[in-house]
Design a protein around this ligand. Structure first.
Ligand SMILES: Nc1ncnc2c1ncn2[C@@H]1O[C@H](COP(=O)(O)OP(=O)(O)OP(=O)(O)O)[C@@H](O)[C@H]1O
Ligand SMILES: [Mg+2]
Length: 266
């Protein structure tokens, strides 16, 4: 039995890939994160990673998120899923090399969405893995959709859905900036970071945040925040941290305070 409180860790595609390139994995970052995860030795953890320069460019090129419209997109659906399995393989390789008992779960094989929202989710194997203290690893994926034919499921939606469904205690969102700012810190050098936000404050802020400047078919930071709201509503504590800075993920997993943005319901 696994009686520890559940944590869900998102490893942003912005951290493990170069989003200005294509199929550009940051293997050193992947190895460093695997080492930090191993060192933290958390007993009840799910990892979700994003698409970065693997999933997003293929998805955009073939308009996968918008759904099935013509046969020419089908190879794009296959390609988007495939490149995600390649990125997932790099992370799995590193985790297992570092002796982390991680098990990859393929989202497109165990869930279907309806208009982009998860509806059928066969989560029995995932729950059984958690019970045995394995670390399930999932990712943003190209998935089948009952209304659209197919679409893109973001790692961010997956994080929120898993956390709410499995009553997680906390969500750690790792990105390549220090937290949530009042504007994109890569564009506005004077942007200010929020250290703490309530759900109400976040809702007011949401409309004011900028659209992504790099290739991100699931809405970048704006999409991320929207997806997290139901989890925060359910009193799951969310922290947005810079996973590109060494030891931040380790410290966050250990429950230590890390510079970043904490978002709570009250
Ligand atoms: N208000 C904001 N505060 C913080 N970051 C922001 C803001 N607006 C835009 N960003 C950008 O959002 C990016 C993180 O979101 P993005 O979706 O690109 O990465 P990710 O979720 O890690 O990648 P993936 O979707 O591949 O997992 C940061 O690199 C930052 O430049
Ligand atoms: Mg994103």
């Amino acid at each position: 039995m696994n009686e520890h409180e559940l944590a869900v860790l998102k490893i942003g595609g912005s951290v493990i890939t170069d989003k200005n390139g294509e199929l550009a994995a940051r293997t050193q970052e992947i190895n460093r994160l695997a080492e930090e995860i191993q060192k933290a030795n958390v007993h009840n953890l799910i990892i979700v990673h994003g698409g970065g320069s693997f999933g997003h460019p293929s998805a955009q090129r073939y308009a996968i998120k918008e759904g099935f419209k013509e046969d020419g997109q089908k190879i794009g659906f296959s390609e988007t899923h495939h490149v995600m399995t390649v990125l997932n393989g790099l992370l799995m390789d590193s985790l297992i090399w570092h002796k982390v008992p991680a098990m990859s779960i393929t989202p497109s094989s165990c869930l279907i969405t309806e208009n982009g929202r998860i509806n059928h989710f066969e989560d029995t194997p995932l729950k059984a893995l958690l019970k045995m203290a394995f670390i399930p690893v999932l990712y943003g994926d190209a998935v089948l959709d009952t209304k659209l034919g197919f679409t893109i499921l973001s790692g961010d939606q997956l994080v929120s859905a898993l956390a709410t469904r499995l009553n997680a205690e906390r969500i750690i969102m790792g990105v390549d900036v220090d937290g949530l700012y009042d504007a994109d810190p890569k564009v506005e050098k004077t942007a200010k970071m929020f250290k703490h936000l309530t759900l109400e404050e976040l809702k007011k802020l949401h409309g004011k945040l900028g659209k992504p400047t790099v290739c991100d078919v699931t809405g970048g930071m704006l999409g991320k925040i929207a997806e997290l709201m139901p989890a925060i509503e359910q009193k799951i504590r969310v922290t947005i941290i810079n996973a590109s800075k060494p030891n931040n993920v380790y410290k966050a997993l250990e429950g230590e305070t890390v510079e970043g943005t904490i978002i709570e319901k009250v």
